[in-house]
Structure formats: C-alpha cells, structure tokens
Design a protein around this ligand. Structure first.
Ligand code: NAP
Length: 453
C-alpha cells in the first residue's frame, strides 16, 4: 500500500486526493495548517457566492472517503512546522498543494500607510480567517480605491458596496457583518493600469457589480475609447469572446443617462489607464492614490503620458494578485513564485526529486478558476502513479499520525472538523442566522475538541 500525504486541503489538494483515489492500494492523508478544510473555498470565495461555496459539498465527499484522512492543525514548513525532510520519512510521497499565500507587492511609496491593505487581507477578514484580527477593518472611510481589475478586485468592491442586510443570510462572521453594517464607504474606485480589453475579471463577476441594489456603476466612455480593442481599429484581430462580453457590459454602463429611482447610496467607478505611483498621506494615514495616466503602447502594454491624477481615498485595497511563498526545505523559483517542477515532479537542481510533487497555484502560479485545479492535479497524479513502483520501495511510517503526535503536534481530524461545523451552526442559531463562522484560533480549536471556550 502506498501512503501519500497531500499538503493543503483547498481545491488543488482535494482534487489531488480525488485523482489518487482512482488508483487502488493508496491511502491519502490530507494535511492542513488550519483545523478547517477547503482552503480558499472557505477562506477566499466571497460569502455571497453561495454557488461556488457549495463546491464544499463535492470536496467534502472526497475528504469523507474511507481511504482519506483529514489531518488539520498541522503546520508544514515555517518555524513551528514539519519540514519536507521529516514528512518524507512518514510517507512514500508528498504532494504540496499549498497555494500562493502572499499578496503581490505594489512597490510604490506609501504602500504601508495605515488604511492601505492587501485585498487578500480584507478577504481573509470577512472570511473569518483565524490569522486576521476581528477589529482589523473599521470601515470608517468614505472613499475607497481598489487597485487592480481582476476578480479579487471585483469581489472586494462588491462586498464594500453590498449592504450588510444581504450578507446576513451568509456565514460571514459577526465582526464583519457589524463593521459592514456601520460602513461609511460611499465611493469605490476600481482602477486598472491598462485598458478594459486587458482587464482580468470575468463577465459574470463584472455583471454582478451592476446588479447590486443601492449601487450605481460609473464608467467613463472616454477611457473606454482609448482602448484600440474597444474602439475597433480596422484590420485588428477579432477579440476573444470573453473580452467582447466584458466590453459590452462596460459599454452599457458608460451611457450617461441616470437610471430612474432614488439616488443610489453607493457609487462604483471602474477606471482604466491609471497606474498607481504613490499612496498619498494625511495625518499619518492614507488619503488618496496618485495615478499616472497611461496610454496604450500598441502591443498590449501601456506607457505613461506624463499626466497625473489624484483620487481621494481613506481606504486602499491592493488587489494586484497573489504570490507563492517559499516553503523552507523545498526548492523555489522567486521570479515565478512557484516550485520548479516537471509534470508535477519537484525538481531539485533540475532533477526530479523522489517522492516530492506539487499541484495547484504553487505549481503553476495564481491563475485560473477553481476547476483549473482538476487537470493540474491529474497531471501531477499521473506522474506519481508512473513513479509508484519506485516510491513503494521507499520507507513510510505505519502510523504517521502517531508520529506527528509524538512530535508534539495536536492534529484535528475529520470528527474535530464536524464538531467545528456543529459549533458554527449553534453560533448561527443563537444569532437567528444560518451557520456563522468562528473567526479565531482559540474558538476553532475549542470547537474542534468538542467544547467551548
Ligand atoms: P489577477 O487576475 O492576476 O489580477 C491582478 C490585477 O492586478 C490585474 O488587473 C493586473 O493588471 C493588476 N496589477 C498587477 N500588478 C500591478 C501593479 N504593479 N500596479 C497596478 N496593477 C497591477 O489576480 P486576482 O484578481 O488576485 O485573481 C487571482 C486568481 O483568482 C485569478 O485567476 C482569478 O480569476 C481568481 N479568482 C476568481 C474569482 C471568481 O471566480 N469569482 C474570485 C477571486 C479570484 P495587469 O493585467 O496590467 O498586470
């Protein structure tokens, strides 16, 4: 029997476990640093995206398979974590599916001013990630700027502009619901450094912004017209359908007629050709963003025009992408933010390392939708299965969990997670809501052990 550890219980980890289960004679331990499974599906997908959240049901079915053991609360790497060398003693093979945990830096002056945050931090806060303090965001700002035009930017703009009442029906934690209910944010500016045809958001997510009750979309037709793709330059290659659909949505929003009915409570401006060059400061806090106005350079990029524009903001969320974090003991390519690999086999000095594999964002970078992880996991598992005869000759512990406990770790297994789920349902009932997420380490661990704090 082959014992395989999958590190990370997000979509890439669970799809890897699922692909492994197609082979007979394999036992899988899915390790996670957190006592709760599902990675970014629990801690990244926005609470109002119930359909994507419901993916948890199919991930759950994999984790409940009798050949799979969920092993939460086990850090891998880091100062207190189990390193790759020790994991290699316990399992015939280890597949690292640790994602891309850090945010990409903007690298402009003022980036670290109070009031400027990575969007991933805001996402973690409203998703009840236990590493983020409940009082991290007070939402006292009136104007917010979101930098970047990918789906994370759209998510955070939508949560800022959506009324708290609509989020009550979700599992959003109490502190976030209270802060969002008292939010003073009225203006949200989402800014891309290139044109609308290069925006990374998807049309479905874009359209949702326009469907928010109480919010109005603002798009400047002059900024759209700057984009050669939008302007439809004769002889240009036809646009991909996804870009065309985005442009159609933006075009509709750029028409000046004010919609009938009362003035909207909030406004979301989608801006283009604005490259952030500095975060402005007043009284020791962020007060705005200075942008360089850019123009298309004819090959998909932009050049600065020498014109600057300041946009007021007391809250800045930098949504410029995720980035992989090196795991001590594993090779890392700092330029790409990934682990070097060949078809999922980890490369050490260019040579495949026996028993070490990667899948998901740490393998291919932080791109694609959740489903992209399926084919990525399959490629890695195909390599592992090909290597199986060699792997079987390596040693492995007969009871890795006992060894982990011997090393002082206190794994949370599936029963512990079910106990957290029950505690979250009970918390929700006490608040007259559906399940409400527990947001802190002591609360999660107490719930996992079947008690309360
Ligand atoms: P992303 O899609 O890579 O978008 C990053 C944005 O930041 C781009 O607009 C990029 O512009 C901009 N940017 C990068 N560096 C910049 C800089 N120095 N200054 C200004 N702008 C900069 O990243 P993401 O939004 O974090 O999303 C990550 C992945 O998760 C994506 O695959 C996304 O689709 C997925 N996701 C999906 C959903 C969903 O399906 N609902 C929700 C959230 C995330 P350039 O293009 O000019 O580089």
């Amino acid at each position: 029997m082959l014992r395989v550890a999958v590190v990370g219980s997000g979509p890439s980890g669970v799809y890897t476990a699922q692909a492994l289960l197609r082979q007979p004679g394999i036992r899988v331990h899915v390790l996670d640093r957190l006592p709760a499974p599902y990675g970014l599906v629990r801690y990244g997908v926005a609470p109002d995206h119930e359909k994507i959240k419901s993916l948890q049901n199919s991930l759950r079915a994999v984790l409940e398979d009798e050949r799979v053991t969920f092993v939460g609360n086990v850090p891998v790497g880091g100062a207190d974590g189990v390193g790759p060398a020790r994991l290699a003693e316990l399992y015939h093979a280890v597949v690292y599916c640790v994602g891309a945990a850090a945010d990409r830096p903007l690298s402009v002056p003022g980036e670290d001013l109070p009031g400027s945050y990575s969007a991933t931090r805001f996402v973690s806060w409203y998703s009840a990630h236990p590493d983020i303090a409940a009082d991290d965001f007070a939402l006292e700002a009136r104007s917010a700027v979101v930098i970047g035009v990918g789906n994370v930017a759209v998510d955070v703009a939508r949560i800022l502009a959506r009324g708290a009442d609509e989020l009550r029906a979700t599992d959003v934690p109490r502190h976030a619901l209270t802060a969002l209910a008292g939010s003073r944010v009225r203006e949200v500016c989402v800014a891309g450094r290139r044109g609308p045809s290069q925006a990374r958001f998807t049309t479905k997510e874009l359209r949702e912004l326009g469907a928010l009750p109480g919010a109005r979309m603002l798009v400047d037709p002059a900024e759209l017209a700057l984009d050669p793709a939008y302007a439809g330059v004769p002889g240009a290659a036809p646009l991909p359908a996804a870009v065309r659909r985005n442009l159609d949505v933006l075009r509709a929003w750029s028409r000046p007629a004010a919609p009938p009915g009362p003035a909207p409570e909030r406004r979301i401006a989608l801006r283009f050709f604005l490259r952030p060059v500095e975060l402005l400061e007043r009284g020791g806090r962020v007060a705005g963003v200075r942008f360089a106005r850019t123009a298309p350079d004819g090959s998909g990029g932009v050049r600065d025009t020498g014109v600057y524009e300041d946009v007021e903001a007391q809250l800045v969320l930098r949504a410029v992408g995720y980035r992989g974090v090196p795991l001590p003991g594993l090779p890392f390519d700092p330029a790409r933010g990934t682990v070097p690999h060949r078809a999922g086999r980890v490369l050490r000095d260019g040579v495949p390392s026996a028993g070490e594999y990667v899948a998901g964002w740490i393998k291919r970078g932080p791109t694609g939708v959740i489903g992209s992880n399926r084919s990525c996991a399959k490629e890695t598992v195909d390599s592992l299965i090909e290597d199986a005869p060699l792997l079987a000759r390596r040693g492995a512990a007969s009871d890795p969990l006992a060894v982990l406990r011997g090393w002082g770790l206190r794994p949370v297994e599936w029963d512990g997670w079910l106990s957290i789920e029950r505690a979250e349902a009970a918390l929700g009932r006490s608040l007259g809501r559906g399940p409400v997420k527990i947001h802190d380490w002591p609360g999660l661990l107490a719930a996992a052990r079947g008690g309360s704090r």
